[in-house]
Design a protein around this ligand. Structure first.
Ligand SMILES: NC(=O)c1ccc[n+]([C@@H]2O[C@H](COP(=O)([O-])OP(=O)(O)OC[C@H]3O[C@@H](n4cnc5c(N)ncnc54)[C@H](OP(=O)(O)O)[C@@H]3O)[C@@H](O)[C@H]2O)c1
Length: 330
């Protein structure tokens, strides 16, 4: 493992808006006692990255102070482990969802992450496929909840970053999964493990008589009331997209408000966790969770990657490559 240099060229967000992200030379961050300094090999792009850059991230008050290096999903090798870190050593292949409180920073050749939110990359995964898993996979895992065996799960947006991992996680847990996607993604959704697929260009997701224990909406275009109509008694509607009803429910969960109990709508707000990421790594190691990488770019083409994410047409994940050995144009 080469020694970290004093400076690196990273993607920096100064002001949201056009031309917001720039490649800038800056100091390589230093790890604290509980941190890992990761030599980044790949970083996935999530919709919230383009939202931050465009000034449309709904929780903008939680963002690091500008200028900052965006990017949450990181995969690479441990360069330095802080003195209070146990379980990771220099050279280990690791991945993580870097937190907002941790300052983000994945769109860079070097990134400091708390060891507690990292997990080892299974040997059968390359850095690019590993990078696509943490944020989307943790969202799926936390949104779907436990005890899925024998349950009927509807995943709206089965071909997207969160949805394609959710289908596989639910399937691996023993659920019968129905996916909602467009015609071009029907075969993809079936390959992921959907027993039934609803092509949203041909049919409404609530047209038939099928009812579900969980409706996991990763798109947020359907109204919560409509999603709840296809629930079996005791079923739960979970969404990844903040809308008023879901936000009210989240406020209740945080002890900040009240909402009638009979409204089983929940907003998942993803939380980074090393142990939960290790659960996903175990599934990937067994071949039961595969991250589909739609497209990759070098770090210098981050604008193109953000535009692709903004199009809303991603199948699986979009990933930035950071190949320091080849001196690629990062
Ligand atoms: N709350 C949280 O903690 C959290 C965490 C992660 C993500 N999110 C949010 O969740 C949403 C999804 O994230 P993501 O990473 O999965 O996005 P993504 O990968 O960009 O989703 C794109 C996919 O959505 C599909 N799609 C578009 N419109 C659709 C529709 N009407 N019905 C079904 N599928 C449709 C597209 O397929 P076609 O092109 O074939 O339509 C494409 O495959 C984003 O808004 C993101 O910000 C929230």
């Amino acid at each position: 493992m080469p020694h970290p240099p004093p400076v690196m060229t990273a993607v920096v967000l100064e002001h949201p808006g056009a031309g917001a992200v720039l490649l800038r030379e800056m100091a390589v961050p230093s790890p604290g006692p509980r941190d890992l300094l990761i030599r980044v090999r790949a970083a996935a792009v999530n919709p919230r990255d383009w939202m931050m850059v465009a000034g449309r991230y709904p929780f903008s008050r939680t963002l690091p102070r500008r200028p900052f290096v965006p990017g949450a999903d990181v995969a690479g090798e441990v360069a330095v482990a802080g003195r209070r870190v146990s379980g990771f050593r220099p050279g280990d292949r690791v991945f993580a969802m870097q937190t907002l409180a941790g300052g983000l920073g994945a769109f860079a050749p070097w990134c400091v992450v708390r060891a507690g939110v990292c997990a080892r990359i299974p040997e059968n995964l390359c850095f690019e496929t590993a990078a696509g898993i943490p944020l989307a996979g943790l969202t799926a895992l936390q949104g779907l909840g436990r005890r899925l065996a024998g349950r009927r799960v509807l995943v709206i947006g089965a071909s997207g970053g969160v949805g394609h991992l959710a289908v596989q996680i639910a399937r691996a847990a023993g659920a019968e999964v129905t996916g909602v996607c467009s015609g071009r993604n029907v075969a993809f959704a079936r390959d992921l493990g959907c027993r039934h697929v609803i092509n949203y260009e041909m049919a409404e997701f609530d047209a038939g008589s099928r009812r579900y224990d969980r409706v996991f909406d990763t798109i947020g275009r359907e109204s919560p009331a409509r999603c709840r109509q296809v629930l079996m008694p005791g079923g739960v509607h979970v969404t990844t997209v903040p809308r008023r009803v879901a936000l009210r429910r989240a406020a209740v969960d945080l002890g900040l408000g009240w909402v009638p109990r009979r409204r089983p709508t929940r907003l998942v707000l993803v939380r980074s966790s090393g142990p939960r990421l290790a659960e996903l790594a175990a599934l990937a190691d067994e071949g039961r969770l595969k991250c589909h990488v739609d497209r990759t770019w070098p770090l210098s083409q981050v604008d193109d990657a953000l535009s692709a994410s903004r199009s809303g047409r991603t199948r699986g994940k979009l990933v930035l490559r950071i190949d320091q050995d080849r001196g690629e144009d990062y």
